[in-house]
Design a protein around this ligand. Structure first.
Ligand code: HEC
Ligand code: HEC
Ligand code: HEC
Length: 419
C-alpha cells in the first residue's frame, strides 16, 4: 500500500514537473575570473578537503578523483563521477561556468539534472570565487581516463522528470547570506558548516523522497545503519555548553574530553576536518556553539528492563568490558571513554552503540592523535541477546537512564556492512 501511494505521489510530481517550464541555465553572476595560479590551486585543494569531495569521487585503490565510488541510497546505487580533467571521461571540457553550474545549480554540463546524493543542496551556498578556486584545483590534476559508471536506480527514481519534480519541491539555488550582527567568525563558521561542510547531509532527517532539512536535528543514515545525532539537542550532540577548544579538538583530532568521533564521523574527521586551519575550525566551533540547545522530548521508555536482564548485563560487563571502561563506567582518559554520562551510549535509536559493540570502533588516526585506542569487536564473542543485555545494562547504570535495547535491534544491524 505504502509503495503504491509513493508511486502515485511520484507520478503526480513527475507530471507537475513535465508541465512546468524548463528551468533556464543560470549563468554565473560574475564571469569566469578563475585563474590557474599556484595560490588559487592551493586554495582549491584546501576547499576540496573542506568539502570532502574525495569521499564520493574516489574508489578504493583507484587514482584520486577518478570516480567510480559506489554510493548506496534507499533509491538505488549511484557512482561518483570522474572529476579529473580528462577530456573524454572527466571534466576536461568543462568551463568554470559549467563547474559553478554543477555546484550551485546541480546541473551537469549537458544540462542533465544531477542527483542530490551529490550534496549540491549544501554546495549551492559556495561562493563563486571558491567555486573557481576548486575548478582551478581540479584542472591542475593529472587527467585519468576512466569512464563513468552508469547509476543503478530503481524506477521511478531513474527518471529526469522525477528529479525535476523533486527539485521543485526541495531545491532552490541559494547564496550564503551573512548576518553582519553575528560577526565575521560566526559567519565564516556558518558558511563552512552549511555549505562545503555539508553537515546537514547526514545530521538531518531525510524524508521518504530523500530530502533532508537543514536543521541539523539528527538523522538515521539508513543504508549504512548509523545515526548522526542532533547538533541542536542537549541530550544528543548539541555543543552549546562545550568549551570552544573541546569542539575544535573533536573536529581536528577526533577525540575530546566530551566525546569522540567514530564510524562515518571518524572518516569525515580523517579525510576533511583535520586538514582545516585552526581559524576555520574555531569559526565552525563558534557557529556550532550558537545553535539552539533543545531538550529532547521525554521518550516512551517502553517496558523497563527486568532485574534478570540487568543482572546478566552486569555479569557480561564484568567479563568483557570492565578492564577498559571501569567498574563505575568512568573509562580511562584519554584512551578509553567513559560510558557513564556519555551521550553516545544513551542515544536513541541505540544503533551506534550496537554497531560499536558488534564491530568495534576507532576514532580517526589524525596528526593530533596518530595512534588512537580502539574498541575490539564482539560480534564473534557475544550473541544478539548478550549484546542487547550488556547495552541495556550500561544504558541504565551510573546515572544513565535510556530505554532497553532489544535482541531484534541487535540482529538487524549484525549483517549491515561497515560502510
Ligand atoms: C556525498 C557524496 C558526494 C560528495 C561529498 C561530493 N560529490 Fe560530487 N557528485 C556526487 C555524485 C553521486 C555525483 C553524480 C550525480 C549525478 O550523476 O546525478 C556527483 C557529481 C558531481 C559533479 C558533476 C560531474 C559530472 O560529470 O556530471 C561535479 C562537478 C561534482 N560532483 C563536484 C564535486 C565537488 C567539487 C565536491 C566537493 C566540494 C563534490 N562533488 C563532493 C557525489 C558527491
Ligand atoms: C557522512 C555523514 C556525516 C557527515 C557529512 C558529518 N557527520 Fe557528524 N556524525 C556522523 C555520525 C554517523 C555520527 C555518530 C558517530 C559519532 O558519534 O562519532 C556523527 C557524530 C558527530 C558529532 C558527535 C561526536 C560525539 O560523540 O560527541 C559531532 C559533534 C558531529 N558529528 C559534527 C559534525 C559536523 C560539524 C559536520 C560537518 C562539518 C559533520 N558532523 C558531518 C555522520 C556525519
Ligand atoms: C580493549 C579496551 C576495550 C574493551 C574491552 C571495551 N571497550 Fe568499549 N571502547 C573502547 C575504546 C577505545 C572506545 C572508543 C572507540 C571510538 O571512539 O571509536 C570504546 C567505545 C565504546 C562505546 C562508544 C562510546 C563513545 O563515546 O562513542 C561503547 C558504547 C562501548 N565502548 C561499550 C563497550 C562494551 C559494552 C564493552 C564490553 C562488551 C566494551 N566497550 C569493551 C575500548 C574498549
Amino acid at each position: 500500500m505504502k509503495k503504491i501511494a509513493l508511486l502515485l505521489a511520484a507520478v503526480a510530481v513527475a507530471l507537475v514537473a513535465i508541465a512546468w517550464p524548463r528551468e533556464d541555465y543560470v549563468a554565473s553572476t560574475s564571469p569566469a575570473a578563475w585563474a590557474s595560479t599556484p595560490e588559487n590551486i592551493a586554495r582549491g585543494a584546501y576547499l576540496a578537503r573542506a568539502g570532502d569531495c574525495v569521499a564520493c569521487h574516489t574508489a578504493r585503490g583507484a587514482p584520486q578523483y577518478a570516480g567510480g565510488r559506489a554510493l548506496d541510497t534507499p533509491f538505488g546505487r549511484l557512482y561518483g563521477p570522474n572529476l579529473t580533467p580528462d577530456k573524454e571521461t572527466g571534466i576536461g571540457l568543462w568551463s568554470a561556468d559549467d563547474f559553478w553550474n554543477a555546484l550551485h545549480n546541480g546541473k551537469a554540463r549537458d544540462g542533465r539534472l544531477l542527483y542530490p546524493a551529490f550534496p549540491y543542496t549544501n554546495y549551492t551556498k559556495v561562493s563563486r570565487p571558491d567555486s573557481d578556486a576548486l575548478y582551478a584545483y581540479f584542472r591542475s590534476l593529472a587527467p585519468q581516463h576512466q569512464p563513468n559508471k552508469a547509476h543503478e536506480l530503481d524506477f521511478p527514481y531513474d527518471q529526469q522528470a522525477m528529479l525535476a519534480g523533486w527539485r521543485l519541491l526541495y531545491f532552490k539555488p541559494a547564496t550564503f547570506t551573512p548576518q553582519p550582527a553575528r560577526g565575521l567568525e560566526w559567519n565564516r563558521g556558518a558558511y563552512l558548516v552549511e555549505g562545503l561542510g555539508h553537515c546537514s547531509a547526514c545530521h538531518s532527517t531525510r524524508n521518504r523522497l530523500g530530502a533532508s532539512g537543514e536543521t541539523l536535528s539528527g538523522g538515521l543514515i539508513p543504508t549504512i545503519g548509523w545515526y548522526a545525532p542532533s547538533l541542536t539537542a542537549s541530550g544528543e550532540a548539541g555543543m552549546k555548553d562545550w568549551d570552544k577548544e573541546h569542539i575544535v579538538a573533536l573536529l581536528q583530532t577526533g577525540i575530546s574530553p566530551r566525546g569522540s568521533a567514530t564510524g562515518p564521523m571518524a572518516e569525515v574527521v580523517a579525510r576533511s576536518l583535520q586538514h582545516l586551519t585552526q581559524a576555520d575550525l574555531g569559526a565552525m566551533a563558534t557557529y556550532l556553539k550558537s545553535l539552539p540547545s533543545n531538550v529532547t522530548p521525554a521518550q516512551d521508555k517502553g517496558e523497563p528492563a527486568s532485574e534478570q536482564l540487568l543482572a546478566e548485563g552486569r555479569r557480561l560487563y564484568g567479563s568483557y568490558c570492565v578492564d577498559c571502561h571501569g567498574l563505575e563506567g568512568k573509562g580511562k582518559a584519554p584512551a578509553y571513554p567513559p560510558l557513564a554520562g556519555n551521550r553516545a551510549v544513551t542515544l536513541t535509536p541505540a544503533v551506534n552503540a550496537i554497531r560499536i559493540v558488534l564491530n568495534g570502533g576507532f576514532p580517526p588516526g589524525t596528526a593530533g592523535n596518530p595512534r588512537p585506542y580502539g574498541m575490539p569487536p564482539f560480534s564473534h564473542e557475544l550473541n544478539d541477546a548478550q549484546v542487547a543485555a550488556v547495552l541495556t545494562y550500561i544504558r541504565a547504570s551510573w546515572g544513565n537512564a535510556a530505554p532497553p535495547v532489544g535482541t531484534p535491534d541487535v540482529n538487524r544491524y549484525r549483517s549491515v556492512p561497515l560502510d
